[in-house]
Write a protein that binds this ligand. Structure first.
Ligand code: ADP
Ligand code: MG
Length: 393
């Protein structure tokens, strides 16, 4: 999806006020009636329609008049609300190039005033699977809270909370900096996803480290569930960093053992294929090397999870409560494998084929960085802080 943040600099206070009003209306309407938006925004001098037209032009809103005259936020509109909030909080001041397109996320570089670069992950839950899931699952049909906005926000919150808790326990994960709506700001990891690495100096050591992380996670009551060469970053010193946590589950999950085995198997398979290391075969071989028998000993799921030292307290501290977990599980229907990619009308037209989209070329130099592609988002003088009090509907 194109994220032209240049537009953001020209949006007025009223634009943000109306955008926020639509967001609030979406708490209980999939499509927010125009008159409700007007009421929530209650602009001093009126003119909500003109503002909505402007927001529509910039693709921040989607107009839907099939049932009544109404609007909803687009991903871009939601992006802008999160970005604006984070810029106002001083977390970053400019947005740079896109560095990753995940199955359900877009990742960009952002920079703060000092020139420190972070990674910004915008969750896009529902981009690929929500429609399919929605049509399958009854309980979603009548619950407006299960919309992509809410789900993307939960995914971001979960990712942020887990990253922070794991970081506090010394796991090799990015620093969790901040979270707002569907957006997580974290430290930028140096290096590349393991999938891009053709050769390693010490594949044994790297393998050991990775298995060590899986084991230690389980000892802390957790299974990554998407532990593979795409979600492990590695730098030139062969130091690893694990990313991507929205799908993690507890070792008490019904299918915990299966998810654990699958994570382990992914790593075995990758190392076998890419680095020609046959740990797996040796595992069954009683003459296996020390390394292999050591790995085998350590991968006994039931003995690992006996020492389970769950991170619940740390997670709750970041706002990741049992209710949030329950909501996510309801969406997943207890199955974290829903990869249906049928079309979905909960996303915008311009979002299909998002992988081809790149960040717009930047016309103006930003903060004082060597990266000329950064766009400064601080609008001099005027602060766009939006304060809207909810009105009864
Ligand atoms: P998804 O959940 O959509 O798979 P990921 O969190 O795995 O998203 O990120 C997708 C890609 O973006 C990664 O493979 C990686 O290349 C890049 N990426 C994600 N987070 C970071 C980060 N903190 N630093 C550097 N690159 C990152
Ligand atoms: Mg990933």
């Amino acid at each position: 999806m194109k994220l032209d943040v240049n537009v953001l600099r020209y949006l007025s206070k009223d634009d943000f006020r109306v955008l926020t009003a639509v967001e609030m209306g979406m708490r209980n309407h999939e499509i927010v009636p125009a008159e409700l938006i007007t009421r929530i925004a209650s602009l001093k001098h009126g003119g909500t329609y003109k503002v909505m037209k402007n927001l529509l032009k910039h693709k921040l809103l989607h107009h839907d008049s099939s049932k009544y005259d109404g609007f909803r936020l687009t991903y871009l509109g939601y992006d802008f609300l999160a970005i604006k909030t984070l810029v106002n909080r001083g977390i970053f001041t400019s947005v740079g190039r896109q560095i990753g397109v995940g199955k359900e996320s877009d990742i960009f570089e952002v920079a703060n005033e000092d020139g420190t670069i972070f990674a910004m992950k915008l969750h896009r839950l529902g981009r690929t699977s929500f429609r399919a899931v929605k049509s399958k699952r009854d309980y979603l049909k009548h619950r407006s809270s299960f919309n992509w906005l809410y789900l993307s926000r939960l995914a971001a919150l979960k990712e942020y909370a887990f990253m922070k808790a794991l970081q506090e326990h010394g796991f090799p994960v990015p620093n969790a900096v901040e979270c707002n709506r569907h957006c997580v700001i974290m430290s930028l990891v140096q290096g590349y996803p393991l999938v891009q690495v053709k050769q390693l100096q010490n594949p044994d050591t790297v393998f050991e480290k990775i298995i060590g992380v899986i084991v230690r996670l389980a000892e802390h009551g957790l299974i990554h569930c998407d532990f593979n060469e795409f979600n492990i970053m590695i730098d030139d010193d062969e130091k690893i960093t694990v990313i991507d946590f929205p799908q993690m589950v507890s070792v008490s999950h019904t299918n915990a053992q299966m998810y654990f085995d699958r994570d382990v198997e992914c790593i075995f398979k990758f190392f076998r294929k890419r680095f020609n290391i046959s740990y797996q075969e040796n595992l069954e071989d009683s003459n296996g090397s020390d390394l292999v028998s050591d790995v085998s000993d350590r991968l006994n799921f039931s003995s690992i999870t006996k020492v389970s030292d769950a991170l619940d307290k740390e997670l709750a501290a970041s706002g990741f409560t049992k209710k949030v977990q329950a909501d996510i599980e309801k969406f997943n229907g207890g199955d974290i494998d829903d990869e249906s990619s049928s079309g979905d009308d909960d996303t915008e037209d311009d979002e299909t084929g998002h992988k081809q989209h790149r960040l717009n070329t930047i016309s103006e130099p930003a903060v004082d960085l060597n990266h000329e592609f950064f766009i400064d988002l601080q609008v001099s003088g005027e602060q766009h802080e939006v304060k809207v009090t909810q009105q009864s509907t």
